[in-house]
Design a protein around this ligand. Structure first.
Ligand code: HEM
Ligand code: HEM
Length: 125
């Protein structure tokens, strides 16, 4: 698996959706989905592109199982967070029903970032 390329391409998908939500908010004046917009753009696009560039800059980081584990943890976490935030801030489902699931995604992102940091410590530079 080409971790850098996959992070880059999936990041752009998040950006497209994040931008569309931003345009909707700008056009309608309804700012309720700000958290969904911000995190799809930041946890989705910005972080994934930073990860893609890091794995490209330090190819040794991209080779082992740590990179794969980070990739899948971030994909899972970003998806849970993004879908959850859209459902909550879009008023599609009540916060009480979706809220308890959010930490599962958040913890996946955090563990992924910890693995990324460990990988950088061992293999960057
Ligand atoms: C088509 C492009 C975009 C549009 C139309 C747009 C629109 C908006 C709107 C309407 C808000 C709410 C502002 C408010 O309540 O004062 C907002 C907030 C925000 N946007 Fe965007 N946005 C765009 C692109 C981006 C991008 C590319 C990023 C990041 C990579 C981004 C990050 C944020 C963040 C972090 C906030 C929250 C700011 C805060 O809490 O004060 N936006 N955006
Ligand atoms: C596990 C990951 C994360 C969690 C649990 C989290 C949680 C939160 C929460 C609870 C808020 C307040 C939302 C609100 O007032 O409605 C917030 C806002 C914000 N976060 Fe995060 N965040 C995470 C990751 C990030 C990352 C990685 C970035 C930037 C790269 C970021 C940037 C922001 C910004 C700019 C805001 C203000 C915009 C807004 O009101 O939504 N967050 N975050």
């Amino acid at each position: 698996m080409n971790v850098a390329r996959n992070f880059l391409l999936i990041g752009v998908l998040y950006l497209l959706v994040g931008l569309l939500i931003g345009m909707y908010m700008g056009g309608s004046g309804d700012r309720a989905m700000t958290a969904a917009h911000a995190h799809m753009n930041l946890v989705g696009f910005t972080l994934m592109v930073v990860f893609a560039l890091s794995y490209r800059l330090f190819p040794t980081m991209a080779e082992g199982g740590l990179a794969k584990a980070h990739f899948w943890l971030h994909q899972f976490g970003a998806l849970v967070m993004s879908v959850g935030l859209v459902l909550i801030t879009g008023g599609i489902l009540p916060e009480e029903s979706v809220g308890p699931i959010m930490p599962v995604g958040e913890i996946a992102v955090v563990i992924g970032v910890a693995l990324f940091g460990w990988n950088a410590l061992k293999n960057a530079g």
